[in-house]
Design a protein around this ligand. Structure first.
Ligand code: NDP
Length: 322
């Protein structure tokens, strides 16, 4: 089968299409024929070596497809089932072995592309807005990278919860998308100082929560956007990792809270995974949540997908089709 393998870590140029044997499911696993694979920033971190895994490996943490075969101990899934998953490495390929514990049945009315687009970024937006800091009417949230894959979904879920949303984007075109997703206030942070703008918009009060996935270039000012006892949710580092910082800042800025969450901790049990995935996929099916699948690349063009994602020209979701 064809697969995008990482044989050495580095820039997008390390990504190459290889011919490898179809993997066989071990105990607890299913073999899935991949119909669509999601591209996510976490794939960049693994490719770069920022997140460690033994080399060589097939990249990709998210996909949707049809079960081809299952290990003897699997009874919940059978060949022919339409499934989606995230959190298991190896989806940039024609076939992937996936732990059955990660698989979710795709409900009626959802295509493979929609399922692959919704799982990782959708469940991330879901836990951020509903569990990490459960947004409520009266809350104001600052969401960075509002036109990104997670960003467009997080804006929509924050609005469903009744919160007021301020978001940052780099271009006027991205501002339009964030507005269409429901953002109340949009800051073009390439032209405006987002800290000063957030203070102005909130009449110097600050926001209840900042959802910051940009990291290195936004972290310090994001902390200053918070009201006393506000919560900093640092959930990514698209601009680079945040260097170590002195906890006394949390006191000086008004008894702030900070967390660095990951999706895995918010889908720890089968019950939690199923309830988040099910809510997201049903919202997609009934139109409550709008997915923006911005670009669909053939599997062989994974390198270009990464170059595009990292150069900040993309919006919404990117998919690879084997
Ligand atoms: P996005 O589609 O949001 O793409 C990243 C965006 O970040 C860019 O489009 C850009 O938006 C902004 N950005 C700002 N500075 C930079 C920079 N120097 N380089 C690249 N991008 C920059 O990606 P995803 O939706 O896939 O992921 C968003 C973030 O969420 C990532 O950091 C990812 O790691 C994190 N994440 C975390 C999870 C968790 O559970 N902790 C799970 C899923 C994702 P603009 O042009 O508007 O500045």
């Amino acid at each position: 089968m064809k697969a995008i393998r990482v044989t050495e870590t580095g820039t997008a140029h390390v990504l190459a299409l290889h011919s490898v044997p179809v993997p066989q499911p071990a105990a607890g696993q299913a073999l899935v024929r991949v119909h669509a694979s999601g591209v996510n920033f976490i794939d960049v971190y693994f490719r770069e070596g920022r997140y460690k895994t033994p080399l060589p490996f097939t990249l990709g943490q998210e996909g949707a497809g049809v079960v081809e075969s299952v290990a003897d101990d699997i009874t919940e899934f059978a060949p022919g089932d339409a499934v989606a998953w995230c959190g298991s490495q190896g989806s940039y390929a024609e076939y992937a072995v996936v732990p059955a514990a990660n698989l979710i049945r795709i409900p009626a009315g959802i295509t493979f592309q929609q399922a692959a687009a919704a799982m990782l970024q959708g469940m991330t937006a879901h836990y951020l807005a509903k569990s990490t800091y459960p947004l409520q009417p009266g809350d104001t949230a600052l969401i960075h990278a509002g036109a990104g894959g997670v960003g467009l979904l997080l804006i929509q879920i924050a609005k469903l919860n009744g919160a007021r949303v301020i978001t940052t984007v780099s271009t006027p075109a991205k501002a339009e998308l964030a507005r269409a997703a429901g953002a109340d206030e949009i800051i073009l942070y390439t032209q405006q100082d987002f800290l000063a703008e957030t203070k102005r918009i909130t009449l110097n009060e600050g926001v209840n929560v900042v959802y910051d996935s940009v990291g290195k270039t936004t972290f310090d000012a994001s902390l200053k956007c918070l009201m006393p006892r506000g919560m900093m949710v640092l959930f990514g580092g698209s601009s680079g990792a945040v260097p170590p910082f002195d906890l006394i800042q949390l006191s000086a800025l008004g008894s702030l809270y900070i967390t660095r969450p990951t999706l895995a901790s918010y889908t720890r049990t089968r019950e939690e995974l199923e309830s988040r995935a099910s809510e997201i996929l049903h919202w997609v099916a009934d139109g409550t949540l709008k997915l923006r699948i911005e670009h669909v690349y053939p599997l062989a063009e994974a390198r270009q997908a990464h170059l595009d994602l990292e150069s900040r020209v993309t919006t919404g979701k990117l998919l690879l089709i084997p």
